[in-house]
Design a protein around this ligand. Structure first.
Ligand SMILES: NC(=O)c1ccc[n+]([C@@H]2O[C@H](COP(=O)([O-])OP(=O)(O)OC[C@H]3O[C@@H](n4cnc5c(N)ncnc54)[C@H](OP(=O)(O)O)[C@@H]3O)[C@@H](O)[C@H]2O)c1
Length: 337
């Protein structure tokens, strides 16, 4: 009953106004788990930390939110249009026997810089309530596919892509940095920022120039801000995924021909999974010697040059040693002592 009331409360509070939020006490179920089923702290590397994952209403962001909660973090979910997806992430995390939990849901449209600012204020003042933010995962993004000449005269699509994929993450990094460097709670200081970029940040294909440029710029900011923010004890890294089917691409990948088209280009022999990306993101959150890194997770796709596939050359016979190719021993010019 309490759980139903909590969800009803959430549905009432998550509205379509600029930046809205929901703060939740952990359900009775979760509180019980906290006392009875807690994972060992050794297994929960993010125990006691808080984390905001933007764009966690589905796809990769949802996978990261799950993984971080599993690792002990208190997670805040952000969404733009998929309210039901955000609530699902929230409920699933709080239903699992994680040491962490989902402590809030917040909505903001990153095309509007004012909403980004207001969202961050709500996260600190209305959800964290004096606690600090330890980890920011800039995951939200839009995948724009368009020939440059098909954009309108004001380059609306270009600007929208930059606003969501580059300007909002930059604004959130800036706000997080100011907060993290100046806020200590229970000895927790510094912080971690992880940007979800893409292999398109370093590789070019047709009709994805706005997307690729936004991700390349975010890669560059990741490296640069890792230097600038180091003094405040804040590490900045990026994950650059390859092809990972998510709800957004469900229809396309339902066609086996599409899967067959991609698979030969993936040396590991399969498309990515959300968990592949979540695992690598957790590694970036926990490895304290990593900063300024762009970690490619793409099944080996970009490691291979874009050359035609070549047949395996015929095996050469083993070179002869001392006149015999089998059972020969090496003879030393200098006698062994
Ligand atoms: N999947 C891949 O193959 C792949 C590969 C490389 C990189 N990536 C990157 O991974 C990230 C997640 O993408 P995904 O593939 O998991 O797709 P997705 O499920 O569509 O995730 C995109 C997220 O961004 C949010 N978002 C979209 N427009 C927004 C806006 N105007 N304001 C605020 N948030 C907005 C969405 O929120 P709502 O759904 O609530 O609107 C959603 O949660 C993106 O940055 C993407 O570039 C994905």
């Amino acid at each position: 009953m309490r759980r139903l009331m909590a969800i009803a409360f959430m549905l009432m509070r998550v509205t379509n106004i600029s930046a809205s939020f929901v703060r939740q006490r952990p359900s009775r179920h979760v509180r019980k788990l906290e006392t009875t089923l807690r994972m060992r702290s050794d297994d929960a590397p993010l125990q006691g930390k808080t984390c905001l994952v933007t764009g966690s209403s589905g796809g990769i962001g949802k996978g990261i939110a799950h993984r971080f909660a599993e690792a002990g973090a208190d997670v805040i979910v952000h969404y733009h249009s998929r309210k039901s997806g955000a609530i699902k992430t929230f409920s699933e995390i709080n239903d699992e026997p994680y040491e962490g939990r989902c402590i809030g849901i917040i909505r903001a449209d990153f095309r509007d810089a004012r909403q980004v600012k207001e969202m961050f204020r709500c996260v600190l003042d209305e959800i964290l309530l004096g606690n600090r933010l330890d980890i920011l995962v800039n995951n939200a993004g839009i995948v724009t596919k368009m020939a440059i000449e098909d954009d309108d005269e004001s380059l609306s699509s270009w600007h929208e892509t930059m606003a969501v994929n580059l300007h909002a993450p930059l604004q959130l990094m800036r706000l997080s940095h100011m907060h993290m460097k100046s806020t200590q709670v229970n000895g927790r200081k510094g912080g971690v920022i992880i940007n979800n970029t893409s292999i398109h940040g370093s590789r070019s294909v047709e009709y994805m120039q706005a997307y690729a440029a936004s991700k390349a710029a975010l890669d560059s900011l990741t490296r640069g801000l890792a230097c600038e923010y180091a003094e405040g004890g804040i590490r900045v890294n990026a994950i650059a995924p390859g092809v990972v089917p998510v709800e957004r691409t469900e229809e396309a990948f339902a066609d086996p021909n599409v899967v067959d088209m991609w698979t030969p280009h993936l040396p590991v022999g399969r498309l990515g999974k959300v968990d592949d990306i979540a695992d690598a993101t957790l590694m970036l959150a926990t490895n304290e010697w990593m900063s300024g890194s762009i970690v490619t997770v793409d099944g080996g796709m970009t490691g291979r040059a874009n050359m035609p596939f070549r047949p395996r050359p015929a095996r050469q016979s083993a070179p002869e040693v001392n006149g015999s190719s089998e059972g020969s021993t090496v003879e030393f010019e200098v006698p062994l002592i």
